[in-house]
Structures are given as structure tokens and as C-alpha cells.
Design a protein around this ligand. Sequence first.
Ligand code: GLU
Length: 457
Amino acid sequence: MHKTEKVKKVRFAPAPTGYLHVGGARTALFNWLYAKNTGGKLVLRIEDTDAVRSTEESTKAIFDSLEWLGIDWDEGPFFQSGRKEIYRKYAQELLSKGLAYESDEVKGAHKAVIFKLPDNRKIVVRDLIHADVEFDTSVLKDIVLMKSDGTAAYNFACVIDDHLMGITHIIRGDDHISNTPKQILLYEALGFPLPEFAHVPLILGPDGSRLSKRHGATSVGQYKKEGYFSKAFVNFLALLGWAPGDNREKMSIEEIIKSFSLERIGKKGAIFDVKKLQWLNGVYIREMSLEALTSAVLPYLEESGITNKDTDEDHFKFIISLVQERLKTFSEITELAGFFFAKDIEYDESAVKKYLLKEGVAGILGKIINEIEREDAFSAAALEKSFIGVKEEMNISNSKLIHPVRVAVTGSAASPPIFETMIGIGRENCLKRLKNTLSFLNAGKFPFKIQGPGANA
Ligand code: GLU
């Protein structure tokens, strides 16, 4: 860096009035990336001046989500609730300069302090992402500096803190662009030099409207809970409105830091495409070591009561390895691998109809049970031998044998390769399931547990 170049300083300034929204997370990430890319510093400032709406629980949720995302900061956290005296001092200064007035209305214990707008001034907001935007003060209303409850209003506290904390670049969502001319007026009135502004276009849902709960989960904590890998989620967030300028999608955080620049942030809103997030997450999952993946999915199996504490660690890893290819989120493990551990399998009705309720299937299942019972070993080689034995004896094709066996041991028509699947289920369990299926077939009755539309009890 050139000697005379000032160190860049940015900040993330959430209001702790709810969980960390994906939009807020993206703002935090872009500030963090900018600091990392330029060798600058990130300040964390909790904007908790609104004592009614701010909660400790939200502050904690914000910290938890930032930690999960791997976003750390160089200074702070500062809490605006502890800086009242500072704001009051500057309000006093503007009052004595005649630039602000006290409201006559006394609602709380204090009189509100209000900034007098200059007449017919044009204010140009220069932005690093958008073209210049011009505002005329005649379209603005006087700016509340201090509220009648004695707390500072957002625009005022924000300007004072950004100045005192030495912020050089304000990177925040487009939704604040209407505050910026007001803040510029306050910078001028207080005699503070202006920082640079970069307003990042909002995140949109697939229908083009601002991302909201109607479109799905909007809280970072929810994505964590649903089993997204933090690295994949950060990669996805970084590409929401920013692009490296080539076709790269999967990027390590080091690569993102290296390529990041405000110039490459788009001018239009970015669409939150959950399908892309799932795809990217799957890419990361496929690259995980079996150890890491196992510890990531274990809590989901335990929570749903699927795992058996006696399950041998290696056996468990073997099962995970069978589904790793198809897993898009950690939580999907219960759906994809639950049948390996379940006490009773749930039969898929259409799979049963297609492959089990067929002439000769009972005989085929009876034979494979005998073959498996005759073998002591339960390995791929032993299973292959048993399968060949049945096929030759009954003179049937591979698929005539494999499909019914698969439905009998898993309940569904799709699974990883049959021998691995059976080994994953285990010898005793396989035999039990084959025998159960056979007795259902013989009794002509299946206990369907089908959910969803068209399900019959
Ligand atoms: N507390 C404000 C928010 O959460 C900060 C806006 C800003 O970055 O200036 O939206």
C-alpha cells in the first residue's frame, strides 16, 4: 500500500431488533470483504438506541450468526445505548449554533431536538455503486436528532459514530439511500468530512420483489438450522450482487477476498435463488471429508431419534459415504439415510405396487432369504454369490431380483447400490425386513405409511 493512502475503515451497524436477516448478513460480508481486500478495518456497532425494540436476544442472535459466517471485526462491538452523552453533547452544539431547535411538544421526559433544514438546497449523493442522486431539501422534512425519550435518532447517532469511529466507507443497503442526504446535511452542520458511500442493491425474491418471509427463510440462523454448510452459504452470499467477472461460482474465501471490489457490485437487485444455494451446498458437501461430514450430520440424526448410540462409528461413516453424493443439506440426512437405522421402514406405495405386488415375487424373496441365511458372511462378495444363486435357480434377470429386494429392505424404489445398501442396513435388519415384507405379501396386506396428496390411510 502507498504510504499516503489512508487505511480504509468500514462498519457493520445492525439494529438488534430481530434475527440477522440474509440482507444484513450480506452487508456485513461485503464490509468484511472490503476490509480484508484493502487491508482495512471493520468496526462492529450495535445500533440499540431504540430501547423498546432492541433486545439482548437479538444481539446474541446477531453475534451467533456472524460467528457462524466467520465474520470477525477489528474494533467493537460498540453499543450506541452506552453513548447517549456523546450524542447529547453534539445536539447541544447544534442547538447553540442555531442549527437545531427544541420541539414544543413534550411527550417524554425530554424535549425532542430537531434539525432545521436549509431552504432550497440541492444535495448530491455521490455513490460508488450508483450514479449521482440529487435531492432538493424542499422534499425533505426536518430531521429529528434527539427523541423526547432522551435517545438519539438513527440518522444523528449514525453520523456522529461514523465520524468518531473514523469510518471512511459506508457500505450499506439501498434501503438507506433516502437517509443519506439527511446524513450529508448533518455531516456539514457538524463540520465533519464526508465519507464515501456505497449503497448495495437489495436482495430480491424470485418474483422480483424485496426478499421477505413469503419467499422462504430470511434468517441466517434458519439456514444454519436447515443444515447449510457455512462456507457454502458465505460463497453464495458473496455472489448475491457481486461477481468476480468470470464464470467462477464455487470460490474459496481467500479467492473471494482477493477478487472483491465495490466496482463489481451490480446496480440491480440480486435474486436469492435457493436452488442455486442447494446446488452450491451439495458441491461443498461432496468435497467434505467423511469425518467432517459425519460430525455435521450426526446432530440431525440424533435429534430425530434415528441414530442408535450402539451404531459403530465406522459403520456409520460407511452409510454416510453412500449418501454423500446425493446430499444437498446436512438435515437431508434423515430423509436419505433414515431407512438404514429405522426400526420399521415406511413403504412407498407406488414402489410396492410396481415391484412387489407381482407374480412370483414372494417366491423370489423366499429364496433370497434362504441364500442369505445359508451364508455366514455378509459382504458384497457373499451377497453377489447369493444373488447369482437365486437368479440361476429361478432363471430370472438381475432386475427381477434387485427391484423387489430393494423395496423390501428400504421401502423405496431408489437407493444407493443394492449390496452396499444391504451392508449398510446390516444382516439382521435385512433378513428381518425381507421376512416382514414376505409375510405382508403372503397376507396380501401392506401397512402403507404414505403422506401427502392422494395418500390413503
Ligand atoms: N442500524 C441501521 C440498520 O440496521 C444501520 C444502517 C447503516 O448502515 O447506516 O439498518
